[in-house]
Ligand binder design. Structure first.
Ligand SMILES: Cc1cc2nc3c(=O)[nH]c(=O)nc-3n(C[C@H](O)[C@H](O)[C@H](O)COP(=O)(O)O)c2cc1C
Length: 375
C-alpha cells in the first residue's frame, strides 16, 4: 500500500476539477492505497499569501507531501496555466520536495487550445521540485464533466474516463516500481527497501540469472529466478532490500513468507566488484531485522551445492544446517539452513559456530541441480 497525497487547487467550491479528482481517488483507494486530499482553498489564506511555512496547517500539509510516495496534482487551467492557488502552495514546499516521488498531473480546462498546459506549464514546475517521475498526465475538457448538485455524482464523457483510467494505471505501475524506503544509511552506503520491480533491484536480479545459469548450466525456474513470484518479496509478508553506494546497487537480498512464523531468505547477492567487504553479511543482518520487524520468529533458507561462499556465509552468521555438512555437496539436494531470531528485539546476534544436523536430504545428483532453490 502506498501513501498518496492529492492536491485540489481550484478556488471554486463546486469544482469540476475536484469531481475528476474524486474519480481518480476512488480508483486509487480501490487498489488499496492510502489517499489524503489537500484542498488548497481550505488552507489559511493569510498564511498562503504571506508564504508562512510555520503556520501549523501549512506545515502539516508540507509534512504530508514530503512523506507521500506519490502525489496527484490537479488544477483547472487559468490563463493558460495552473492556478495561483496551486502555485502559492508549491512555493511553500522545500526545493526538492517531490524528489523520489511519482507524480500524476491532471487538469481541466474550458478550451482544447490549452490542452498543452499540463505539459508546458505544470510539468516543468513539478520537475523543478525534484520530481523525477512525472507520469503521463491528462487534460479533461470542462464540457466532458457533468457534476450533479449536492454531491449527487459526476458523469464523465467516455473518452475522458478511458484516458483517466489509463494515466492512473500508469501512475500506479510507476509508483510500484519506484517506491523505496530508507532502511538505514552510513557515510558511504544507503540500505533501501524497494519494490522488486524497482530499477535499483534490476542489477541484482540480472546478475543472479547469469551467476546461476553459469554455475548450474541448466535453465530452470531456479536459475531464471521464476520459481517464486517476485510479489512474494513485497509488503506485507516480504521485503526486498538493496545497498546502494554512490547510487550504484552493490548488494541486496529479499525475504518472503515461508510459514506463519518463518521468513525465507532469497536472492542474497553482492556485485562482483564489491565482494569480500562483508556486504552479504550486512544484507543478511538487515534481512533478519526486516523479518523481525514483520513479526517473524525464525529464518529458513536454502542454497545450492555450487555456492560455497553462500554456505560459508550462513554458517558464519549462525544458521544451522539441516543437512550433513560432510556429505558431498552435489549429492544432497538443496542445502537448507534455519535460524531462530532473538525474541522481541531488532538486535540480531550471530552465533560463531554451526552444528551439523542429523537430517540429511538424500537425493539424486541431477535433482540437486534442478531443485536447489537458491537463496
Ligand atoms: C479565471 C479563469 C480563467 C480561465 N482560463 C482558462 C484558460 O486560459 N484556458 C482554458 O482552457 N480554460 C480556462 N478557464 C476555464 C476553466 O479552466 C474550466 O472551466 C475548468 O474546468 C474550471 O475548473 P473548476 O470548476 O475546477 O474551477 C478559466 C476559468 C476561469 C474562472
Amino acid at each position: 500500500m502506498a501513501t498518496i497525497v492529492t492536491l485540489s487547487s481550484s478556488p471554486s467550491a463546486s469544482s469540476r476539477t475536484d469531481a475528476v479528482l474524486g474519480h481518480v481517488e476512488r480508483r486509487l483507494r480501490a487498489r488499496g492505497h492510502d489517499v489524503e486530499r489537500v484542498t488548497v482553498r481550505d488552507l489559511p489564506a493569510e498564511a498562503l499569501l504571506r508564504a508562512d511555512a510555520a503556520d501549523p496547517r501549512i506545515a502539516a500539509v508540507v509534512a504530508s507531501i514530503t512523506a507521500a510516495d506519490g502525489v496527484v496534482v490537479t488544477t483547472p487551467v487559468y490563463k493558460a496555466a495552473y492556478t495561483g492557488l496551486l502555485k502559492a502552495l508549491l512555493d511553500l514546499l522545500p526545493q526538492y520536495a517531490l524528489r523520489g516521488k511519482t507524480v500524476l498531473p491532471v487538469a481541466t480546462g474550458g478550451s482544447p487550445a490549452h490542452v498543452l498546459a499540463v505539459d508546458y506549464a505544470l510539468r516543468p514546475v513539478l520537475v523543478s521540485l525534484g520530481a523525477e517521475h512525472v507520469t503521463q498526465g491528462w487534460f479533461v475538457l470542462a464540457s466532458e464533466v457533468t457534476v450533479f448538485a449536492e454531491d449527487a455524482g459526476v458523469l464523465l464523457a467516455e473518452s475522458a474516463a478511458r484516458n483517466l483510467h489509463l494515466v492512473t494505471e500508469s501512475f500506479l505501475t510507476h509508483l510500484a516500481r519506484h517506491r523505496s524506503e530508507l532502511v538505514t544509511e552510513t557515510d558511504d552506503d544507503v540500505v533501501l527497501r524497494v519494490s522488486p520491480g524497482d530499477d535499483a533491484a534490476a542489477p541484482l536480479l540480472e546478475d543472479l540469472v547469469v551467476e546461476y545459469g553459469t554455475r548450474y548450466g541448466l535453465s530452470t525456474p531456479n536459475t531464471q529466478l521464476t520459481e517464486v513470484p517476485v510479489t512474494d518479496f513485497e509488503a506485507p509478508d516480504g521485503a526486498f532490500l538493496v545497498i546502494l553506494r554512490a547510487g550504484q546497487t552493490i548488494a541486496g537480498g529479499a525475504i518472503r513468507r515461508h510459514d506463519d512464523e518463518t521468513a525465507e531468505v532469497k536472492r542474497v547477492w553482492t556485485h562482483a566488484q564489491f565482494r569480500r567487504q562483508g556486504l552479504a553479511r550486512r544484507v543478511l543482518l538487515e534481512l533478519e531485522r526486516a523479518a523481525a520487524g514483520l513479526g517473524y520468529k525464525r529464518i529458513h533458507l536454502t542454497t545450492g551445492p555450487r555456492q560455497p561462499e553462500a554456505r560459508a556465509l550462513y554458517l558464519a552468521a549462525g544458521y544451522l544446517p539441516a543437512f550433513d555438512l560432510h556429505a558431498d555437496p552435489e549429492s544432497i539436494g538443496p542445502h537448507a539452513f534455519d535460524k531462530e531470531l532473538p525474541a522481541g528485539t531488532r538486535h540480531v546476534a550471530f552465533a560463531a559456530e554451526a552444528r551439523t544436523a542429523e537430517t540429511t536430504v538424500p537425493t539424486e545428483r541431477a535433482a540437486a541441480y534442478r531443485d536447489w532453490g537458491a537463496a
